[in-house]
Design a protein around this ligand. Structure first.
Ligand code: HEM
Length: 378
C-alpha cells in the first residue's frame, strides 16, 4: 500500500499548519486500540480544549524541579553498568532511564518496574514479556528481547489503564500537591463536564507512549555519538550551554517519529469505520529534517552547526507537548555523561537498522530506523 506522502521541509511545515486540508481527526494504531489519542488525534476546537487541559503536565518549570532526580537516576544506572562491566545501552540504560524519568514526572514511582517490563514500546509489551518468560531459566539480559519478533497488542496497556483509572475515580485525590498523573487526568473537565473514560485513556496513551520509544532512541543515539566522538564530549564539557542545541541536532538527525498520518479534509465527519486508511496522507518528518536545501550535509551530526528549527517535534498546533520533558530528561543526562564520563567504549560493532526513504526530489535518504544493540564496556 503506497500512500501519498508530503516531503520536504517547507512542504511539511505548510501541511502541518493546514489542519483543514490535512486533518488529525483520525484513529491511529488501528490494530491495537479503538479510541483516539488526545489531544493528538483531534482538530480544533476539540484539540485546543484537550491541549489546554493537559498543558500543566508539560510546563518547563514543573519538569525542571526533577532534574536532580533524573541525574541521580542516571548515575545509579551508570554505576550498575560499571559493576557489570558491560551492557547494551538501548535496553540496559536508555529504557530504564526514560521509564525512571517518566515515573518521577508522573509521580508514579510504584509503576517503575511494571512500565519497565513493557519494554521500549507499549504496544509490544506482551511479546516483550513473553520473550522474557520464554527465556526464563537462562541468564537473560533484557536487551536480547529487542531482537525477538514483536507482535502488537493493546491488552497489557488496557488492563493497566482500567486498573489505574478505576482506582483514581473511586478514590479522588483533590489536593494538587498529592496528586499523581492519573488523579490529575481523571479529574479533567471540558466545558464544565468531566471527561469520559475513553478520553482519559486517550490522554494516558500519549503520556505513556509518546515519550517512550522516541526518547529511548534519542538517548541511545546520543550515547552512540558521544562514544564515537570524544571531541564533542570535550566541547560539551566546556560549553554546557550547548546542551539544547546538541539535543536539537541529535533529534533532527534521528527524527524518532519519522511520519504521522493525516486524513484529507473531504473525509472529516466520515466515521473511522467508513474510511479507507490507504487514502491517508503521511507527513514525512524525516524528509523535512534531511532536506538538503536546508541542511546540505543533513546526514552529518554536527552539534556546532548553525541553529535552524527542525521538524522532529512536528510543527503548528500539534507540535510536540513533550519537548520540555525531552530537553530536561536528556539535558540532565548529558550533564552527567560529559562531566562524569563513565569511560564507555564499544564492546562490539553497534548493530543499527538503517532505513531508506526519499526526499522531495526523489533522491534517497538514509536514516536510522532503530538501534538493535549498542554494547558498551567500561
Ligand atoms: C525525542 C522525543 C520526541 C519526539 C521526536 C516527539 C515527536 C512528536 C511529534 C512529531 C509530534 C507531532 C505529531 C503530529 O503532528 O501529528 C508530537 C506530538 C506530541 N508529543 Fe511528542 N515527541 C517526543 C517526546 C515526547 C514526550 C517525552 C512526550 C510526553 C511525555 C510527548 C508527548 C506528545 C504529545 C502529547 C503530543 C500531541 C500534541 C498535540 O497533538 O497537540 N512527546 N511529538
Amino acid at each position: 500500500m503506497t500512500r501519498k506522502e508530503i516531503r520536504g521541509y517547507l512542504e511539511v511545515r505548510e501541511a502541518a499548519k493546514d489542519f483543514e486540508t490535512y486533518s488529525s481527526d483520525l484513529l491511529g494504531d488501528r490494530d491495537v486500540r479503538t479510541y483516539r489519542q488526545l489531544p493528538l488525534e483531534a482538530d480544533p476546537p476539540r484539540h485546543t480544549q484537550f491541549r489546554s487541559a493537559v498543558q500543566p503536565l508539560f510546563m518547563s518549570d514543573a519538569i525542571a524541579v526533577h532534574r536532580a532526580a533524573f541525574s541521580e537516576h542516571a548515575r545509579r544506572l551508570i554505576a550498575e553498568i560499571r559493576s557489570r562491566g558491560e551492557a547494551d545501552i538501548a535496553s540496559d540504560f536508555a529504557l530504564p532511564y526514560v521509564i525512571g524519568c517518566l515515573s518521577i514526572i508522573y509521580n508514579r514511582p510504584q509503576d517503575y518496574e511494571e512500565w519497565l517490563s513493557w519494554g521500549p514500546d507499549v504496544w509490544t509489551a506482551e511479546s516483550h514479556q513473553k520473550g522474557q518468560t520464554t527465556k526464563a531459566g537462562e541468564e537473560v539480559l533484557r536487551d536480547r528481547n529487542f531482537d525477538l519478533p514483536s507482535e502488537r497488542d493493546g491488552r497489557i496497556l488496557q488492563a493497566y489503564l482500567d486498573r489505574v483509572f478505576d482506582h483514581a475515580e473511586a478514590n479522588p485525590v483533590r489536593d494538587a500537591a498529592e496528586q499523581d498523573v492519573w488523579d490529575f487526568v481523571s479529574q479533567i473537565e471540558i466545558d464544565g463536564q468531566k471527561i469520559n473514560r475513553q478520553e482519559m485513556q486517550g490522554i494516558a496513551n500519549v503520556l505513556l507512549a509518546g515519550g517512550r520509544d522516541t526518547v529511548i532512541k534519542l538517548v541511545t543515539g546520543l550515547v552512540w555519538h558521544l562514544i564515537g566522538h570524544p571531541e564533542d564530549r570535550e566541547f560539551l564539557a566546556a560549553n554546557q550551554d550547548w546542551f539544547n542545541r546538541t539535543i536539537a541536532e541529535m533529534v533532527r538527525f534521528l527524527t524518532p517519529l519519522p511520519k504521522m498520518e493525516r486524513v484529507t479534509g473531504d473525509q472529516i465527519g466520515t466515521p473511522d469505520s467508513d474510511r479507507d486508511p490507504s487514502q491517508y496522507v503521511l507527513l514525512n518528518f524525516v524528509s523535512a529534517n534531511h532536506d538538503r536545501e536546508i541542511w546540505p550535509d543533513s546526514d552529518v551530526i554536527d552539534i556546532r552547526r548553525e541553529r535552524k528549527p527542525h521538524l522532529a517535534f512536528g510543527f503548528g498546533r500539534h507540535s510536540c507537548m513533550g519537548m520540555n520533558i525531552t530537553e530536561h530528561e536528556v539535558g540532565s543526562l548529558l550533564g552527567v555523561l560529559v562531566n562524569e564520563w563513565p569511560g564507555w567504549v564499544f564492546a562490539a560493532e553497534p548493530e543499527i537498522s538503517w532505513a531508506s526513504d526519499l526526499d522531495k526530489h526523489g533522491n534517497a535518504i538514509r536514516y536510522i530506523n532503530r538501534f538493535d544493540e549498542l554494547r558498551v564496556r567500561v
